[in-house]
Write a protein that binds this ligand. Structure first.
Ligand SMILES: Cc1cc2nc3c(=O)[nH]c(=O)nc-3n(C[C@H](O)[C@H](O)[C@H](O)COP(=O)(O)OP(=O)(O)OC[C@H]3O[C@@H](n4cnc5c(N)ncnc54)[C@H](O)[C@@H]3O)c2cc1C
Ligand code: SF4
Length: 398
């Protein structure tokens, strides 16, 4: 690894150079740190190229959908944290909500759906909208106003799914590697700590006049850090939860309270999330209530609040490896699940006036960069690549 190249600016829809074209530039370094967050576009390629996942479990993910609300002062309790598991999801599907009372009468409310779900009719966005109608959540939001919206995937595989962290001349840190404590939905401290450990290893290497080799001191320092200990103790959370909410809660409770995270077993993730969808014909359809525009909302008004922005005349950053698969596989077998798992309404199946000739339309300008399509597409046909620099959602207060 000798560095990274920034993307070209000013390419037109067909890839040709436009009037404002500016070629990207190469940035070379003795060591390059990759910190793209969950399902990094470069991190994914690095893991394939250097076989960093060899020996690790498949990574597993969740999609977190979040809104920021300004609520009535009488409903606000600064510092109050509400966590919940289950409802409105069926007990066999992992999901959980959170509501944090922040400063200035604001609350962050959100819901995480495990992307290992099997029913292609499921819509994480609509599950989140339903979550807000629970009396214990609604009571805080009633009379309030939604002011921001966002969505992002998170890594949930834990220590079993961590790839090799180093390769010649580079490292993976933070969610790009998969450092997140899924039991707590907390990953910032893990990202910071992994970055610090990698930086210390890099500093020592530079002092020794080394470059472009493997920073083996980084994974060694991780092994003896509190971060390893924390992730080790939490390692059975997601595998237990995959066995259903009730059994999972019971067994993880025993794992944590009785065995204090030191159970003599480690449960494994057997298959990646995209391989878990069942054919639509084998799954019950799910009927979601219509949004009321007050407590519950549709995708398009939500995307508006994410302030996402993409220049329309540029190559589509949601690339299909095979343009036929959305119809011949996704629609025919799974009822086009991308229409539902995308929290921004990017994917639409359009038909002619007679209702025939279905085709997939990709509204790439709405993308909020959550990466769910890159993760959950059943045949891994969708490849998310970075759009023009600086574009995407703007989350000033999320
Ligand atoms: C809904 C939700 C709620 C959460 N709540 C909490 C919480 O309460 N507490 C907590 O500790 N953690 C929480 N997390 C997890 C936390 O957000 C992550 O663990 C943490 O942000 C990971 O940090 P990171 O620096 O690795 O990645 P990120 O914070 O994702 O940062 C990666 C950055 O790299 C940029 N980027 C990506 N690709 C490229 C590229 N190719 N070129 C240039 N830039 C690129 C991205 O735009 C982004 O700015 C939550 C996550 C979700 C989804
Ligand atoms: S297109 Fe993909 S990355 Fe963009 S918002 Fe939809 S699911 Fe997320």
């Amino acid at each position: 690894m000798k560095g990274v190249a920034t993307g070209d600016m000013g390419r037109l829809h067909d890839g040709a150079e436009g009037p404002n074209f500016q070629m990207g530039m190469e940035l070379h370094g003795k060591y390059t740190f990759f910190a793209e967050g969950c399902r990094g576009h470069l991190g994914k390629q690095l893991q394939e190229r250097f076989k960093l996942n060899a020996g690790a479990d498949p990574q597993t993910y969740g999609i977190g959908i979040k809104e920021l609300w300004e609520i009535k002062p009488e409903n606000h309790q600064l510092g109050l944290v509400v966590h919940s598991g289950g409802w409105p999801m069926e007990p066999d599907t992992y999901g959980g909500g959170f509501l944090y009372h922040l400063e200035n009468n604001q609350v962050a409310v959100g819901y995480v759906v495990g992307l290992g779900y099997t029913n292609p009719h499921l819509s994480p966005f609509d599950e989140f909208q339903r979550y807000k109608t629970h009396p214990e959540i609604r009571k805080f939001l009633d009379g309030g106003k939604r002011i921001a919206y966002g969505a992002r995937a998170l890594t949930a595989g834990g220590i079993q799914s961590l790839p090799k962290l180093i390769f010649p001349g580079g490292v993976l840190v933070g969610d790009n590697a998969g450092f997140l404590n899924a039991a707590r939905i907390k990953g910032m401290h893990c990202a910071i700590k992994s970055g610090m450990l990698a930086a210390e290893a890099c500093f020592a290497a530079l002092k020794g006049a080394r470059e472009h080799d493997e920073l083996i001191a980084y994974p060694e320092a991780f092994r003896s850090s509190w971060l390893y200990d924390e992730l080790y103790r939490a390692r059975n959370f997601k595998p237990w939860m995959n066995k259903g909410m009730k059994l999972g809660s019971l067994m993880f409770g025993i794992d944590q309270i009785v065995l204090r995270g030191k159970a003599p077993w480690t449960l494994h993730h057997k298959a990646p999330d995209h391989a878990k969808l069942k054919p639509a014909s084998e799954c019950p359809p799910i009927s979601y209530p219509k949004p009321d525009g007050v407590l519950t909302f549709d995708r398009l008004s939500s995307v508006f609040l994410s302030s996402t922005n993409h220049e329309e005349d540029q190559p589509c950053h949601l690339q299909l490896k095979d343009a036929n698969i959305p119809i011949t596989v996704n629609l025919e077998q799974y009822d086009a699940p991308e229409q539902r798992y995308c929290p921004a309404g990017v994917y639409e199946i359009l038909r002619d006036e007679q209702g025939n000739n279905p085709r997939l339309q990709i509204n790439a300008q709405n993308c909020v960069h959550c990466k769910t399509c890159d993760i959950k597409d059943p045949t891994q046909n969708i490849n998310w690549v970075v759009p023009q620099g600086g574009e995407g959602p703007t989350y000033p207060n999320m």
